[in-house]
Design a protein around this ligand. Sequence first.
Ligand code: SAM
Ligand code: DTB
Ligand code: SF4
Length: 330
Amino acid sequence: MRAEDSQSHTEPTGAPAVRHDWSAEEVRALFDLPFSDLIYLAQTVHRENFDANQVQMSTLLSIKTGGCPEDCAYCPQSAHYEAGVPAERLMQVEAVLDEARRAKAAGATRYCMGAAWRSPKDRDIEAVCDMVEGVRALGMESCVTLGMLSAGQAERLAEAGLDYYNHNLDTSEEFYGKIITTRNYQDRLDTLAHVRAAGINVCCGGIVGMGEGRGDRAELLRTLANLPQHPESVPINNLVQVEGTPLHGSEPLDAFEFVRAIAVARVLMPRSMVRLSAGREDMSDETQALCFLAGANSIFLGDKLLTTTNPLPDSDMALLDKLGVEAMPI
Ligand code: SAM
Ligand code: DTB
Ligand code: SF4
């Protein structure tokens, strides 16, 4: 586990302080650095905190697909759009654990289970707790993403041994209203506070390439870095454009701009795992290598994300092998 144990400003070790007071100007100035300067800074911070040749691997499974009442403009699982993803019921525990065993055999150390809910019902939480216990019994870390949680639901998941809860802020508070109208930014922050209070590690990041500006990307990362405690995992997703969703046909983000977002996340949250998340299928090997150089140290392994495709594990292993990158142990 890579929880930050100390996040104070004055650290007697001489290690650079983990900060929570970044100004908008400071973060924007990082984004605006010459590319080589930014990568050099991010790689330096990365090496101060991690083995630079290790990448953590998580595998995703959609345990409850489609029919979601929320209107997230990027998401093929929203019932508001026709993206060809039919609504399904929550999977049975044993079927989930069969998939988790396969993921472990393929090299994943964390199993992430996602549900297309606005928020879970208490009886759903009980079924998910069985899944969490089963995944942990396999010797894997567990992560779930189920939408908004009450304080009590977060405590119940903690009791079952849940290691991580994923809940993304997605973008800046200002741009958020252009992407989702059925919930607000504060709803997201409240769930993150419940997860943190329950003692579960926080996995929180966002999506870039949704038509937002550099200022929105900077504000997203600043909001994450200025939380009372940095999320232990920070997934940076590049929008996967799915036909039928409102964001299909958006102008794709320049690859260097994506790498900049990874680098700024690394500099702002030096001890967090920065995950090069959705969108890798549309990236060249060289862009992914630049992301690792910029401080990304986690990926999703497996040919499927939730409903969309991801690079084949064999091709990922070949890339990591070419780069001399090893799997990070738990
Ligand atoms: N329904 C829950 C929620 O939204 O919190 C959990 C599942 S939801 C699919 C998890 C995350 O997947 C979203 O917060 C979003 O960041 C990411 N995501 C969904 N669709 C995506 C897409 N087309 N491209 C990139 N990321 C996406
Ligand atoms: C995250 O930040 N990215 C993952 C995980 N958390 C749940 C989800 C990506 C979903 C991509 C679209 C899909 O496959 O449906
Ligand atoms: Fe529902 Fe989550 Fe998709 Fe939004 S991102 S529509 S909440 S499944």
